[in-house]
Ligand binder design. Structure first.
Ligand code: TRP
Length: 341
């Protein structure tokens, strides 16, 4: 069901922290889905720079936000996210997010937030001994992002599921304690394909340095594919090779539309009648063919001065309007109407 009970299109909200360029893993895992959803739903994308601050608050990170934000929006546009259908907003330009976050922080306990599994994971990965209040309340801020537009659905990866649960609890608590203002948004977990890294590690990730970026040029793609991990047991092109779990074939399946060619390569690889280099060369062509229209769109958008700024400002304005409305409803529901002019 894509219509809410009021007959309006259902709202979807999701987004990213502006920490760098998006890669093929993002494409397979979420971007492709977002492009599809924008035809059926009212889609909002947040560039969550406050969330970045929860782990990276130094000036050296903040300095990069403007550029990262531009790259992120260019990545969105280049894969087909249409700014006429999808509203893109920058979190820190909408002060209403912070106001809702503050009110929400009263509706969830500290032990509840301490039990959110991603907190422990982030603390471990980044060697944080004591979390800041900001890091602890990461899911509360995320709830504000989502509920500022009163979104119904939140497409995210499995790792974010526990945050959406906190968001649902906050919505429920608010509605019970005051008046029903918020939907309880559902996480849309999809069968999120996690793309293996070029090094054969479970996940393509910038921090593992095993990515192919959407903005990589032909030469970068060539170098990365030629350096890809394949079947480590195969020493010579005449040895029978393993196709299953082999990143080169996983990428062929994901990005090469020529299934006949893939089937033929797999058969010959298993028999030991085709070399890794040949398989990789075909993959380079396939990935470059896949990226070519994305690159062309990127160039087109890049060449329009002020376009990214306009998109962000327009989106931010639209969400600010929603935010004013939501806060009005919240204050009304809470009885915080004193001294109102
Ligand atoms: N926490 C998300 C991530 O790290 C990014 C994010 C911020 C987000 N606010 C959101 C995702 C709201 C969905 C909805 O990937």
């Amino acid at each position: 069901m894509t219509q809410s009970t009021t007959g309006k299109r259902k709202k979807i909200l999701t987004g990213d922290r502006p920490t760098g360029k998006l890669h093929l893993g993002h494409y397979v895992g979420t971007l492709k889905n977002r492009v599809k959803l924008q035809d059926e739903f009212e889609v909002f994308l947040i560039v969550a720079d406050y969330h970045m601050l929860t782990t990276s608050s130094g000036k050296e990170y903040i300095e990069k936000v403007a550029q990262n934000c531009r790259e992120l929006v260019l990545d969105y546009l280049s894969v087909g996210i249409d700014p006429n259908k999808t509203t893109i907003y920058l979190q820190s330009l909408v002060p209403e997010v912070a106001e809702i976050y503050l009110l929400f922080s009263m509706l969830v306990t500290v032990p509840r937030l301490q039990r959110v599994p991603t907190l422990k994971e982030v603390m471990q990965a980044q060697h944080i001994e004591n979390p800041s209040a900001g890091l602890l309340t990461y899911p509360v801020l995320q709830a504000a992002d989502i509920l500022i537009v009163r979104a119904d659905l939140v497409p995210v990866g499995k790792d974010q599921e526990s945050h959406i649960e906190v968001c649902r609890e906050i919505a429920r608590r608010f509605n019970q304690q005051y008046i029903e203002v918020f939907p309880e948004p559902d996480a849309l977990i999809g069968d999120v394909a996690t793309l293996i890294g070029t090094d054969g590690k479970a996940k393509m990730s910038k921090s593992l340095n095993n990515t192919v970026f959407l903005s990589d040029d032909e030469e970068e793609v060539r170098k990365k594919v030629m350096g890809m991990y394949t079947d480590p047991k195969r020493l010579r092109a005449t040895d029978p090779g393993t196709v299953e779990g082999n990143p080169v074939f996983i990428y062929h399946d994901a990005f090469n539309p020529n299934t006949e060619e893939i089937d033929d390569l797999k058969e010959r690889y298993r028999k030991g009648t085709v070399g890794d280099v040949k398989v990789k060369k075909k993959l380079i062509v396939a990935i470059n063919n896949f990226l070519d229209p994305i690159r062309a769109k990127r160039r087109e958008y890049e060449s329009k001065p002020g376009l990214i700024e306009d998109i962000i400002h327009e989106g931010t304005e639209a969400v600010t309007k929603e935010g004013r409305e939501t806060i009005g409803l919240m204050r009304e529901a809470m009885g915080m109407t004193y001294f109102k002019k």
